[in-house]
Design a protein around this ligand. Sequence first.
Ligand code: DX5
Ligand code: ZN
Length: 219
Amino acid sequence: MPHLISPSILAADFGQLAQDVQLLNRSAADWIHVDVMDGRFVPNISFGFSVIQAIQKHASLPLDVHLMIEEPEKYIEQFRAVGADTITVHYEACPHLHRTIQQIKATGAKAGVALNPHTPVVLLQDILADLDMVCLMSVNPGFGGQKFIEHTYQKTRALKEMITAVGSSCLIEIDGGVNQQNAPLLLQAGADVLVAGSFVFSAADPVQTIQALKDITVS
Ligand code: DX5
Ligand code: ZN
């Protein structure tokens, strides 16, 4: 399967959100990554339902919603209602992760789990077969524009082995500090979906930057 590109709308210009969503629509992007932050699970607040609804109104691409919030189980149905196609919750925020994953699937959305940089992939062993995606955080969640953590390559390889061993079709998404240098190495390590925020939106030509990420080939 060719890899997918999921530009993060967090790095867009919120004063012209519709134009930036339309820019993604006409690019080689596969999904739109939507970062929700609550000021509790992470030390930053981004946006909520009404902004996602506005994004969805203009988007022709699936919304890849990344919940960096405590007690995500309280809001799953509402995120689905405003247009989430994939809903990713944090392992660290879900004491009853199996239940939360079933809750996401019951809405018809695809279910993902995100791991903070310090959380080992092996902790997903007993839930991997239930997941549509694992998101490996390659920065500490909370902010765009941070430096990529190199240990992510190792985690990606280890997770890929686990997924192959259970014969699952679970995707590996990498989120944080992705750029043209680390992207080929991540794909080689087994990544399926690359999130990119500041690298795309701070580029002189975001459409061409997305195309360049999409065009990477690995042997
Ligand atoms: C970080 C977010 C990321 C972020 C990525 O908390 O989850 O999705 O927007 O932005 P860059 O690509 O700038 O690191
Ligand atoms: Zn994210």
